[in-house]
Design a binder for this molecule. Sequence first.
Ligand code: FES
Length: 185
Amino acid sequence: MAENKTELQPIPGLPHVKAPSAPQVKTRILTAESVAEIQKKMVQYPVRKSAVLPSLTVAYRQVGYLNAEIYAELSAITEIPAKQLAEAATFYTLFPKKPRGKYLIMVCDNISCALCGADNLLRYLEEKLGIKVGETTQDNLFTLQIAECLAGCSSAPMMQVNHDYHENLTRAKVDALIEGWRKDG
Ligand code: FES
C-alpha cells in the first residue's frame, strides 16, 4: 500500500495524533503554492496550534504583510481560528500589518546607537526620504521604522534594512546606500 505522505509518523512515547486533512480551500490572496506549503507544514506538528507561526510566516513571505483577509484565508487552510492567528501576529513586529516599501529601514535608537547619533541619523533619513518614522515613500521603495537594540551595539549607529545590517553609519554611507537602492528600484 502506498505511504500516506500526509500522515504523521508515531513518535515513541507520545500519543499518535492524526494529521489534519488537507482541505481544498479557495483563496483570493494566498497562492496555490503557499496553500500547499502551509498544508505540508501542518502535518509536521502533532498539535494544530503549533503551526500558527509557520503558517503566518508563509503568508508573510508571499504577501509581505498580514491583515484580516489573510488571517481568514489562513484559518480556512489550518482550521485555526482567525482571531488566534491575528493575536499571535500582534506579538511580532517582523510581521507587518500593512503594506510597506521594498526596503524596510529599521534604525536602532537604543542606548549605544543613541549615544552615537541615532537620532541625527533618523532625522537625516526622514529628510532624505521625505517621510516620517512609520511612513512609506510614495514610490513604495522605503519604509522607515525605529527598532529596539539589534545587537550591533559595537558598530553603532546602525540600522537593519530587510535582512542586512549596515553599521558604523555616517551620512555619506547612508547617501551611498540610498542611491544604490534607488538605482536597483
Ligand atoms: S543599541 Fe543599537 S544595536 Fe544595540
